[in-house]
Structures are given as structure tokens and as C-alpha cells.
Write a protein that binds this ligand. Structure first.
Ligand code: GTP
Length: 458
């Protein structure tokens, strides 16, 4: 081969190499998962990839994209200034500058956050790297928040065990806090966290339910009797929270959740007192409206998974205003306490008996149909009608009216059940009081308040 031909071949090879490099660069620009914009130092855009067009287009006022600084003027007005002030021949003009789009706007769009890095390549060329970091920023903020939350929980607590659980709820690692609070040694590793609970208190299904609750809500908390390794019991709370990077931790023995086990034996009395204050009715000692709704909600959710009827009796003392007027408010209170006493004696342990309003009571009867509930309500009505309240030298006689309703498997919720029972109750009031009415479809749409429903007022 002649020298000239050889040179030619080398040159052709170099050109092919350059072309291949250029193709690779173009490919890179097109496929890069970030926006890349090449511009002159005054911001005039020379070249941009599709992602940067996508990110910058919404910022363009005239539908075109000629100048990087003009496009970003509304959201990052100092970019042009930063560039003018940058005197070095090349380097980073700004690094990961966060630019907020749609922030504070009247529109309902979620604020979008772009990260802009501006490089000076040489005296005439700039390169901007633009990335949509909205999700990343949100995620970091969430993580910071959950860190703060965890710190708040841990601060000031000295009697807790911090236990790493794997994705199946088995204890992943041992640490001294586990030994201190529960007495379990390294042999606990690999065992389900239910070893901290009394035998049979937690089925494998319960154990997994708690993990799923934590996945769904960010945490799951319960409180009750716990066991130490030596078989002694203590009163404890257990909070389970998923670890931030748990997706990657689907293997046995790798922590996916954190369990914080606290010995709160000392605090139990105070907690129960607070519970009573929050969920108890001070006048009658029965459950209050809030406790009733929570218990009813729980029962109805359970009745959906294991179908069964749920009944409700709504009860109201008749002509109660007249009793108050005649015997004074304390006399009225004595009647309410008397009625509460009868209710507490009449119903089963599983029934939820509550005072849900001034002189209105409600009883939730799990696994009970309409006919059975009506029989119980009738028995109650009769007991009240035959009783006497001794108050301040007087004998007060009173009666109650009751409405009974029932939901079949999975039908409606607490509000519907209570509404039907109320409709039946006021049908009983309209029909003359001192009686029990069952809800029936014709009552749908009738009033749940006597004043609207043509009550025969006292
Ligand atoms: N003593 C006492 N009275 C209460 C309490 N809460 C509500 N009340 C009274 O209960 C009375 C309820 O009156 P109404 O709603 O007119 O009902 P009613 O007189 O029982 O008539 P019907 O229900 O139609 O038979 C009002 O006078 C309330 O002031 C309470 O805790 N103690």
C-alpha cells in the first residue's frame, strides 16, 4: 500500500470514528433521562434534546424556545446574572438550582420543581442540565418528616426496645435494648415478633395484618399485655413502622420494619383514666357517642368479612322535658342514671351500650337479627315502664320509646343503621310512645326528629 493510500485509510478511519462518536453523542442526547440544552453565552439555544423541550415548553411565552434565559426568566430571573458574573474560562455556573413552577399559582396544578445545572464549556458555549426533581424533593421532604416524627417519639423515652423486623415480621437483629426490655437474647433473631405477646394472643394472620396496616398507614400501634423471655408479663405498646427503603429489603433477615416496644406498666392507670375520659359518659358511666361510633364501625367492618346481621336499638326517654320541668335537672339526671343501670344489666358483654345524646341511648347488637333485637327492646321497655326512680322524696315513673333496625351482611354503615333506628324510634313516638317500632322500608325518608314528624307533643 502506498503512503498516500495509507494516509487516506487512516483519515477515513478517523472520520468514521468521529461520525460514530457524533452518533453516540446524539443518541446520548436523545436518550438521556435529563434535559440537555446547549446555548451560547447570551442564552441563545443551539441544540436541545426532547426532554428539555418537554420541560421548558410550558415556560415559553410565545410558543418558541430560542433563548434559555428568556424561557427561564419568569421562574429563575437570576440565571442570566449568574452567567454574566461568572468570569472563569469554564466550570459550573450553578449546581442543581431548584426552580419552582406553578408555585403559589391560583391553578390547582401540583407545584413542579426543576433542578438546573449550568455549565460554561468555553468562552462561547453553555450547557444546561435540567431535571424534573418534583418527586425526589417530595420524597426527601417525607423522609425528613418521618425522621422528625421518629425522633419525637424516641426523645425522652428510656424504656423502649427498638427491634428490626424483616418483611415477614421475623426479628432481624438483636440489640441491647431488646435484652433490657424483654430479656430475650440473640436467640430471638429469626423468630416472629409475636414472641413478645402472650401465647395465643396473636395469630400469624394478626401478625401480618399489623404489617399491612403499617404499609398502608405509615405506622400501626397496639397496646396490651406483653411477655418477657422469663414468662413474666408487662403492659406495653408496640408500634410498627415500615423502613423507608423497605422495597429493597424483601429477604429474610433484612430489616424492613422497625418495631418500637415500650414498657408502659407505670402509665397504664393514667392511660385507662384518659381512655375513660375520652370514651366514657360522665353522667351514666356508659360508653359515649364517640366510643359507640368507633365500636360500631369496627363491628360493621368485621361483619363484612364474616357476614352476619348487626342490629341497633335507639332509645329515648318519653316526655323527658316534663320530668326535668317537674323534678329539676338533677331529677332528670337521676332518671337517666336509672335507665343506664337497666341498660347495663339487660345486655350482653359483646353489646355496645352508649349514651349518644342528651336523653338518647343506643345499643349495638352484633350477630343479632331484627326480630331478636325487637324482643330484647320490648323486654327493656316493659322493665322501664314498671320501674320507679326514687329521687328527693319523690317517686318518678317514666317510659321509653325504642326503634330497632338491622343491617344485613355488608349493607351500608353506622350512619345508615342509626338513621333507620332513629326513623323507627320517631315512628314509635308518633304512634303514642312507650312502644317499640321496627324499621321497615316505608319509614325510609321519614323524619328522625319528632318536631318535623308530627309528634304528639307532651
Ligand atoms: N336532666 C337532664 N336533661 C337533659 C340532659 N340532656 C338533655 N336533657 C333535656 O332533655 C329534654 C329533651 O326534650 P325533648 O327533646 O323535647 O324531648 P321529650 O320532652 O323527651 O319529648 P319526646 O322525646 O318527644 O317524648 C330537654 O329538656 C333537654 O334539656 C341531661 O343530661 N340531663
Amino acid at each position: 500500500m502506498s503512503g498516500q493510500a495509507h494516509d487516506h485509510q487512516v483519515l477515513a478511519g478517523e472520520v468514521a470514528q468521529l461520525r460514530a462518536d457524533y452518533e453516540a453523542l446524539i443518541q446520548f442526547l436523545y436518550l438521556a433521562p435529563v434535559g440537555l440544552v446547549q446555548a451560547e453565552t447570551d442564552g441563545s439555544i443551539v441544540m436541545m434534546n426532547p426532554i428539555s423541550a418537554q420541560l421548558l415548553m410550558p415556560l415559553s411565552r410565545d410558543g418558541g424556545l430560542d433563548n434559555l434565559f428568556t424561557a427561564l426568566d419568569g421562574v429563575a430571573p437570576d440565571l442570566r446574572y449568574l452567567c454574566d458574573q461568572y468570569t472563569r474560562p469554564s466550570g459550573k455556573i450553578c449546581d442543581g438550582l431548584h426552580v419552582h413552577l406553578n408555585a403559589g399559582g391560583a391553578g390547582k396544578k401540583v407545584p413542579q420543581i426543576l433542578s438546573v445545572t449550568l455549565l460554561k464549556l468555553d468562552a462561547t458555549r453553555l450547557m444546561a442540565v435540567i431535571d424534573d426533581v418534583t418527586m425526589q424533593v417530595r420524597r426527601e421532604r417525607q423522609l425528613r418528616q418521618s425522621d422528625a416524627w421518629l425522633n419525637a417519639i424516641l426523645t425522652g423515652i428510656t424504656d423502649y426496645a427498638l427491634v428490626g423486623l424483616d418483611a415477614r415480621g421475623a426479628i432481624a437483629e438483636w440489640n441491647p435494648s431488646i435484652g433490657r426490655v424483654t430479656g430475650f437474647g440473640e436467640g430471638a433473631v429469626g423468630q416472629p415478633y409475636s414472641i413478645f405477646y402472650p401465647p395465643d394472643a396473636m395469630t400469624p394472620e394478626h401478625l401480618h395484618d399489623r404489617l399491612r396496616d403499617a404499609d398502608r398507614d405509615g405506622w400501626s400501634m397496639d397496646e396490651g399485655k406483653r411477655m418477657r423471655a422469663d414468662g413474666s408479663a408487662f403492659w406495653g405498646s408496640a408500634m410498627i413502622a415500615p423502613l423507608p427503603d423497605r422495597e429493597a429489603a424483601d429477604h429474610a433477615g433484612v430489616p424492613a420494619y422497625c418495631l418500637i416496644l415500650r414498657d408502659i406498666t407505670d402509665k397504664r392507670g393514667a392511660i385507662e383514666r384518659r381512655r375513660r375520659e375520652a370514651f366514657g359518659d360522665h353522667l351514666t358511666g356508659l360508653a359515649n357517642r364517640r366510643a359507640f361510633f368507633e365500636a360500631a364501625e369496627q363491628e360493621l367492618v368485621r361483619s363484612r368479612t364474616a357476614p352476619r346481621p348487626t342490629a341497633l336499638i335507639a332509645l329515648d326517654a318519653d316526655h323527658f322535658k316534663a320530668i326535668n320541668d317537674r323534678h329539676g335537672h338533677p331529677g332528670g339526671d337521676a332518671v337517666l342514671q336509672h335507665l343506664a343501670g337497666i341498660l347495663a344489666e339487660t345486655f350482653r358483654e359483646v353489646d355496645v351500650v352508649a349514651r349518644i345524646g342528651g336523653e338518647e341511648f343506643a345499643v349495638l347488637l352484633p350477630s343479632t337479627d331484627l326480630a331478636r333485637a325487637a324482643v330484647v327492646a320490648e323486654r327493656l321497655r316493659a322493665i322501664v315502664a314498671s320501674g320507679v326512680v326514687h329521687f328527693d322524696g319523690s317517686r318518678i315513673r317514666y317510659t321509653v320509646s325504642a326503634g330497632v333496625a338491622c343491617l344485613l351482611d355488608g349493607e351500608g354503615g353506622t350512619d345508615l343503621l342509626l338513621k333507620r333506628a332513629d326513623q323507627a324510634l320517631y315512628a314509635a313516638k308518633r304512634a303514642g310512645r312507650n312502644r317499640v317500632e321496627r324499621w321497615r322500608p316505608e319509614l325510609a325518608g321519614t323524619s328522625t326528629h319528632p318536631a318535623d314528624g308530627g309528634s304528639d307533643a307532651a
